[in-house]
Design a protein. Structure first.
Lengths: 949, 269
């Protein structure tokens, strides 16, 4: 030992070792305390403690408020007074109560004894039964067994009788006691139900309030066992984070700090303790997107598992917030997570994860606006976007452009479309931020001229008709204003804001006189499809005179003459043409080729190359480019593009996707700034003149086009009814039905141009349960007037059979009505029809309704209601019943009064029988089955006749 | 039994033209205490409950508000309204009642009400205000009712009339057809608010106003512009005068036990 001791290195020697041991112990102690301290003070724990204090205060406040409320509540005070009175009454009879209680006790004892005896005797009986069976089988000792069985059975029967008696006695005693206490118990129950809220608040105080259990559970060190302060997380096995090459199921921990997000009534509090602002749609348990199934980061993005403010990847809304966060939370730009939280305004983007099949997404107005914009601006013409492959090219057909506009107009238009029409969606390609220098100007002229010379060179003439009659502009104006043109077009409103549908669906007609020839306008308004078969402009079936007048009026819509197109500079033309020639040829060959071409040949040749470069064919049909492929970047997954893949160039903006997209949309060429590029290398996306609002909603949409693919079970799947609605919506939208009609609660844009509400195009509420499928089909294919006094006309849309069926199914699906067949109406007796006719006369239906297409003398259109002879072939019988029962429910605000019921109360005897008789009468009126359809037969008799009321 | 008999007898359909009997029954009714005295609640023939948010309390020696609504510089009176339909029954022209101002400036048909009063005398829910369609005009042109009362809509003309009441000019509250002469329909007033009433049955000139309140403190000014509201619990109130053409005015008023007189003279839209 001595040897080892003396040989040992110094650190093993007693005093040194003790010293280092002491140091290490102290360090370990400090370290341990520090670890517990850090753990105890984690950011989210502080939030939970703060929230608990708030909750406690709110609960106390609620109890105080409720006390006050109860003090003021007559019901509660009455109940308390009743309780006192009842208790007093009861105490006056305390002897009776005591006696009853004693009786209950005794009866209880008796019952227990009887029940025991019953059980015992039953087991003896069972045993005896077995022995008897056994004895009979073996044939030994049967007599003895039989005797034993009989005595056991007698004992059992006696016990049964005893038990019945005891049960009765017990029930009787307790009924007696209950009767004595009935009033007190009843009132106590009532008080409990009145004060339920308070009980709940008090229970909450018990749970979260300062008590011994909580104090111990949440102590540092001990809080690993069962703390009341803990991470709240939800696992989402069917929703994923895309972490490149892998999809990882989400585990959301946001509610660890956002503690009241799923609760109502916390709107006043500051973040993170606020209620979600839209609990009916999101987060709420009864909403379509409950927290337990969808979590938070599915919509908001950010790092799902994080429990710190910074690591959760919060994104500030603006620089002010950013500075505030930097100070308060040490916020920094996220570098370690590809999808940081979306700024609040763009949260709707993530609706697209699951709702890509829908035309419009409910509750996402910004996204829907962007979806409209894609269609109007025709983004899918250049950028492939899944889901948009089948759409029509958004711009007009240029195959016959020379019959439509002059070269001068075309030049002015392409140079700056918004100069001619501020609300156009046609973008500007030339004179943008990377093509506005002096050299660029000469080049721009050459390029526009070349493009137009190609298009005009390939244009084939159209056979246009000249107006048949001399047109009168004043009458023409009436035609345009009354026939329904304003459902899609604005005229003379100097509109500057554009929209996709409603009255902005068609171009504003402010300057058509500066643009079009009389022949073209006349032919177009008479039959748009003869010029452009794929146009969405329907045929209003204008007569020759109406079309001539309309043409005359439209030609007066002029503002300024169109300046002549400038002559392209020959040298610049050569230079640009050579540049493009050299792409395929050697310098020498290119020069030779150039020298061999004439001026027009050069222009057309260059034009073709430039159309290829700018992708004009993305939106327009141009002969020679029928098979050309879109020129832009595919956008289907643009929202997942890494920020590092976006070229921010020398532009000083935040390096986020949303900032890059916004900048790109506002000035598509800006990222060329400060770069040295050849003309053909420059950016070429045109400028759509997006307003900040338009650009911002487009950013929302782009952020939503991600590669994340949730499991099919989370993706919104359409059932057959929803699919029918979706298909119909697409047509209703693409044909701008809402320009005139109200469908699904919105639309009717044309109403702002019509003074008399009696002349509004009809509301389509409940159309599916209202009209017969056959009728709707033929009406859509070939409209005929139902309300002849209306000035606006239902145009002919040239729907295909399939489209007309789709629309029919759409309306039927909206109302959950049968499509297309209905049971035939049972035939009705003549007596029944006579009854219906009597009511028809008595209720003076013809005071407003008509039986022909003429307006009766002395009346105006606004006084009238539909021609009832059309009802039998148009309306569904059940709808007539619903309509007559409560017109306001079918069409809120209708002028059709309630004859039979008001707020569900009958206004006369046997209303249903009368309604049914009227339905039967109406369903034969006009189809000639009884010959009673003539107006004379149904005219009301002398005033005040009221058969049998 | 009496009420049931009266109902049958007064119903002109069941037994038309028994005037004497009617008078007899009416006299009987007037003497029947159970019918004449207002009662809470009410059965089939009565009105509804006191409206939510209003508490009926016992008022002893309540105060009263009297006063006038005046127009200093009224617009010129409107002419008659043209009758475009059913001239035989409606006559050629019908007086326009939208603006009636007495020579000294008193404005008829203005609605005066106490704003936001939540307790006071009970609403007489058995009282039946009446809106007549007679001679192709609504009578009265302006009236006030309390929530819980039943408005009796009556057609005195041998024509189809309808009574279409719209709140805020657009939202239909009810739209009831009256196809027969002497047709009468009681309509429970459920919500407070000012309703414009029109007839869509081709009588575009017909218009009326029914102002409904969830308390009983309201009045319509008489021809001379005067009004009386009584049984008011003493206290401070905001009192509003409203007229369809002239606009409205609010006054702060303290009501004591003695009658308080106020006058509105600055109605503005």
């Amino acid at each position: 030992l001595a040897v080892i001791h003396s040989e040992a290195p110094p650190v093993h020697r007693g005093e040194r070792r003790n010293f280092w041991f002491a140091v290490a112990s102290v360090l370990l102690l400090i370290g341990t305390v520090w670890v517990f301290w850090v753990d105890y003070n984690r950011e989210w724990k502080a939030y939970q403690r703060e929230f608990r204090a708030i909750e406690l205060e709110r609960a106390h406040q609620q109890v105080a408020d409720l006390d006050e409320q109860y003090a003021a509540s007559a019901d509660m005070q009455q109940a308390l007074a009743d309780l006192d009175a009842a208790r007093e009454e009861l105490s006056a009879r305390s002897e009776d109560v005591a006696a009853a209680q004693e009786a209950v006790r005794k009866a209880g004892e008796g019952y227990w004894l009887a029940e025991s005896e019953w059980k015992v005797s039953k087991s003896y009986l069972d045993a005896a039964k077995y022995e008897l069976e056994e004895a009979r089988e073996t044939g030994r000792g049967v007599e003895h067994a039989q005797e034993y069985f009989d005595s056991s059975d007698a004992r059992f029967q006696a016990a049964v009788a005893e038990l019945e008696k005891a049960t009765q006695a017990r029930d009787g005693a307790s009924t007696e006691l209950k009767a004595l206490r009935a009033s007190v118990d009843g009132i106590q129950k009532k008080i409990l139900s009145l004060s339920e809220l308070k009980t709940r608040a008090e229970r909450k105080i018990d749970i979260i309030g300062p008590n011994l259990a909580n104090a111990i559970r949440d102590r540092p060190v001990l809080d690993f066992l069962a703390p009341s302060i803990r991470v709240n997380q939800v696992q989402l096995p069917s929703l994923f984070n895309d972490v490149n090459f892998m999809q990882i199921p989400k585990v959301d921990r946001c509610m660890t700090c956002h503690l009241a997000a799923s609760e109502k009534g916390y709107d006043e509090l500051e973040h993170p303790f606020r209620s979600h602002p839209n609990l009916d749609l999101m987060v709420g348990t009864n909403s379509p997107h409950p927290y337990g199934e969808f979590g938070c980061t599915t919509c908001h993005d950010g790092l799902d598992r994080a429990t710190y403010f910074v690591s959760a990847q919060h994104t500030p809304a603006d620089p002010d917030q950013r500075h505030a966060w930097e100070k308060r939370h040490g916020w920094q730009e996220p570098h370690h997570w590809d999808s940081p939280m979306l700024p609040t305004e763009h949260t709707e983007a993530n609706c697209l994860k699951c709702h890509r099949q829908e035309t419009r997404v409910g509750g996402a107005p910004r996204l829907n606006r962007a979806l409209d914009t894609i269609e109007s601006a025709g983004c899918y013409g250049c950028h492939k976007i899944t889901g948009y492959e089948k759409l029509r090219k958004t711009g007009p057909d240029l195959a016959h452009i020379s019959s439509k506009v002059t070269p001068d107009w075309a030049f002015a238009w392409v140079s700056n479309p918004r100069d001619f029409r501020p609300t156009t969606w046609m973008p500007k390609f030339f004179g943008l931020s990377n093509s506005s220098s002096d050299e660029d100007k000469a080049r721009n002229t050459v390029e526009i001229d070349a493009i137009l010379s190609y298009i005009e060179g390939r244009s084939t003439p159209l056979d246009l008709e000249a107006p048949k009659q001399a047109g009168d502009p004043a009458r023409g104006r009436k035609v345009i204003e009354e026939k329904g043109c304003q459902g899609c077009h604005r005229i003379g409103e100097n509109a500057t804001e554009r929209a996709a549908y409603g009255r902005d669906f068609g171009p504003a007609l402010d300057r058509v006189g500066d643009k079009l020839s009389p022949e073209w306008i006349y032919t177009w308004v008479r039959n748009p499809q003869s010029i452009f078969p794929a146009t969405y402009m329907p045929n209003l079936r204008l007569s020759e005179q109406e079309a001539s007048d309309a043409t005359a009026y439209l030609l007066t819509l002029k503002r300024a003459s169109i300046p002549p197109a400038p002559e392209p500079d020959a040298a610049v033309l050569d230079e640009v043409a050579l540049e493009y020639l050299k792409a395929r040829l050697t310098d020498e060959e290119a020069r030779e080729k150039l020298a061999s071409m004439g001026r027009d040949e050069k222009r057309a040749w260059l034009g073709e190359k430039l159309i290829n470069r700018y992708g004009c064919f993305g939106c327009h049909n141009i002969p020679g480019f029928e098979e050309a492929l879109p020129i832009g970047v595919e956008l289907t997954r643009e929202g997942s593009k890494l920020v590092t893949r976006l070229d921010f160039g020398f532009v000083d903006i935040e390096h986020t996707r949303q900032d890059w997209f916004f900048q790109k949309l506002k000035d598509p060429r800006i990222f060329d700034r400060g770069k040295i590029k050849l003309p053909q290398e420059k950016l070429k996306m045109p400028d759509f003149g997006f307003t900040d609002e338009e650009a911002s909603v487009m950013v929302t949409l782009l952020l939503g086009l991600t590669k994340t693919e949730p499991l099919l079970e989370t993706v919104k799947r359409l059932d057959p009814r929803e699919s029918a609605i979706e298909d119909g919506r697409r047509i209703v939208q693409s044909r701008n039905c809402r320009g005139c009609h109200v469908a699904e609660g919105s639309g009717g844009a044309i109403r702002e141009t019509i003074k008399d509400p009696g002349l509004y195009p009809p509301d389509l509420i409940g159309e599916g349960s209202k009209v017969q499928s056959d009728w709707l089909f033929s009406f859509l294919k070939s409209p005929s007037p139902i309300r002849p006094w209306l000035l606006a006309r239902m145009p002919t849309f040239h729907f295909t059979d399939e489209e007309a069926v789709t629309i029919g199914k759409y309306f039927a699906a909206l109302d959950e009505a049968h499509y297309p067949f209905e049971s035939p109406r049972p035939s009705v007796t003549t007596a029944r029809l006579e009854e219906g006719r009597q009511w028809f006369t008595a209720f003076k239906c013809l005071n407003c309704h008509v039986l022909s297409d003429e307006i009766p003398p002395g009346l105006t259109a606004a006084d009238l209601a539909p021609n009832l002879t059309l009802a039998s072939n148009r309306l569904r019988g059940d709808w007539i019943i619903d309509w007559l029962t409560d017109p306001q429910k079918q069409m809120p605000g209708t002028r059709m009064p309630s004859f039979f019921y008001s707020d569900g109360d009958p206004l006369m005897d046997e209303p249903d029988a009368k309604i049914a008789a009227l339905r039967d009468y109406l369903m034969q009126l006009g189809n000639g089955r009884t010959g009673r359809a003539s107006a004379g037969a149904a005219r009301p008799g002398p005033g005040g006749d009221r058969p049998g009321l | 039994v009496i009420r049931f008999t009266a109902h049958r007898l007064l119903d002109p359909v069941a037994l038309p033209g028994r005037a004497l009997l009617k008078i007899l029954v009416l006299a009987l009714l007037a003497l029947t205490p159970s019918y004449a005295e207002p009662r809470q609640g009410g059965g089939e023939n009565g009105g509804g409950e006191q409206p939510a948010g209003y508490r009926a309390i016992r008022i002893e020696q309540g105060g009263s508000l009297t006063g006038r609504v005046l127009a200093h510089d009224p617009p010129p009176p409107y002419g008659d309204l043209p009758v475009t339909r059913d001239g035989k029954i409606c006559g050629e022209r019908i007086a326009d009642e939208r603006l009636i101002v007495a020579s000294d400036g008193g404005v008829m048909n203005a609605v005066v009400s106490i704003e936001g009063i939540t307790e006071g005398k009970a609403i007489d829910t058995l009282q039946r205000p009446r809106l007549e369609n007679t001679g192709c005009r609504f009578r009265p042109h302006v009236q006030t009712v309390s929530v819980g009362q039943k408005l009796e809509i009556f057609n005195g003309d041998p024509l189809l009339h309808n009574t279409h009441a719209k709140m805020g000019g657009t939202t239909t509250v009810f739209n009831i057809a009256l196809p027969f002469q002497n047709h009468k329909i009681p309509k429970l007033i459920r919500e407070p608010g000012t309703m414009k009433v029109v007839c869509d049955a081709g009588h575009a000139w017909m218009s009326a106003w029914v102002a409904a309140f969830s308390h009983p403190y309201h009045a319509v000014t008489k021809e001379d512009g005067t009004f009386v509201i009584d049984g008011i619990p003493p206290g401070s109130y905001r009192v509003k005068a409203w007229h369809e053409e002239l606009g409205s005015q609010l006054l702060e008023v303290t009501v004591g036990r003695a009658p308080t007189a106020i006058s509105f003279s600055d109605l503005a839209r």
